[in-house]
Design a protein around this ligand. Structure first.
Ligand code: TRP
Length: 335
């Protein structure tokens, strides 16, 4: 048997989760929890790095994200689900790691650069935001994670983490920190309903697990397809056509999907027929998730208790690593 790995991954609680999250990471978590030791973090402290003025939003979305996790099948008996800001070892490890990374290195993180641009921060970027990749390195290493299933926008964070691990282990002549490996999914990114590269809440092009059947239907009907496919008899493009990407991601009848693709490319298959089939596929996938979510949402107290229990487990695991970290740095003054 292959050795059990430790998995750490998480999400910022700034909104509900959607199909893009499922493709990027949630589906892998549902599968991996049966094979490995998995921790899933609700990264509220990281969410605050760009939402300092709206902690209420972060607070409310902790419950929403937890509901989404459970509804898609992350099982709290198999996976430790916890709240980041309640684990004191994380900011402490972050503090030590901050000294191992240069300001210049931080400025060149491509994901952070893009986010600074999107948020219009310019030079007025919050210091906490600038250093969040370092706190993410603490998240990952505190649990000695060797596998991090995330979307491809997180690759720079894993690279930063590996650099920190190597530097820490070299300087302090230790092997307490573990180098993580990223696990990205086969479909790197689910495009938005509007055909843009990424499905995202802020772009308004997402299907959420909490969406009711009607709004899913409206969203699918309004989807972007091949703009060159004007008449039914025209040949259409499958590449870059989100309707087919969604079918690849969520459809189970691969033979039928291949036939539809051929037909569409030959001409003679209308967008509305493909969308009708996609809607069936998505409703079949979403219906049980939506129902489960509705049931679970009736008892928020039970969800918070589950998070509380998970957080206790996470605190103990991270404290152990912090102890080893302090020891290898020689700052374990009282033994
Ligand atoms: N940065 C991740 C996101 O944008 C959230 C996150 C925080 C995370 N800490 C993590 C992901 C550690 C993986 C591992 O959603």
């Amino acid at each position: 048997m292959t050795q059990k790995k430790i998995i750490l991954t998480g999400d910022r609680p700034t909104g509900q989760l959607h199909l893009g999250h499922y493709v990027g990471s949630l589906s892998a978590r549902v599968h991996l929890q049966n094979l490995h030791r998995q921790f899933v973090m609700i990264a509220d402290a990281q969410a605050l790095t760009d939402h300092a003025d709206d902690p209420q939003k972060v607070r409310e979305n902790i419950l929403q994200v937890a509901l989404d996790y459970l509804a898609v099948g992350i099982d709290p008996h198999k996976t430790t689900i916890f709240i980041q800001s309640l684990v004191p070892a994380l900011p402490e490890m972050t503090q030590y790691f901050l000294n191992l990374v240069t300001w210049n290195r931080l400025k060149h993180n491509p994901t952070v650069k893009l986010e600074i641009q999107q948020k219009g921060y310019g030079e007025e970027v919050p210091a906490g935001f600038m250093v969040y990749p370092i706190s993410q390195a603490a998240d990952i290493t505190a649990f000695k994670a060797n596998l991090v299933p995330v979307g491809d926008d997180q690759i720079p964070m894993i690279e930063q983490t590996i650099e920190i691990v190597r530097k820490f282990n070299r300087i302090y002549k230790t092997d307490v920190l573990v180098e993580p490996e990223i696990l990205t999914s086969a479909i790197a990114r689910l495009p938005g309903l509007d055909g843009r590269a990424k499905m995202s809440k802020s772009l308004g092009n997402a299907i959420f697990f909490a969406d009711d059947a009607d709004s899913v239907s409206k969203k699918v009907k309004g989807m972007y397809t091949d703009p060159g496919h004007l008449r039914v008899e025209d040949p259409g493009k499958v590449e870059g056509n989100p309707v087919f990407t969604y079918l690849d991601a969520f459809g189970t009848d691969k033979t039928n999907i291949e036939e539809l693709k051929d037909h569409y490319q030959r001409g003679g298959l209308g967008d509305s027929s493909v969308k009708k089939y996609l809607l069936e596929v998505l409703q079949a996938f979403l219906e049980p998730i939506r129902e489960r979510r509705k049931e679970l949402a009736k008892d928020p107290k039970q969800i918070m208790e589950m998070l509380h229990r998970g957080t206790e487990v996470a605190i103990a695991a991270a404290d152990k690593t912090l102890h080893d970290v302090r020891k290898s740095m020689g700052i374990n003054y009282f033994g």
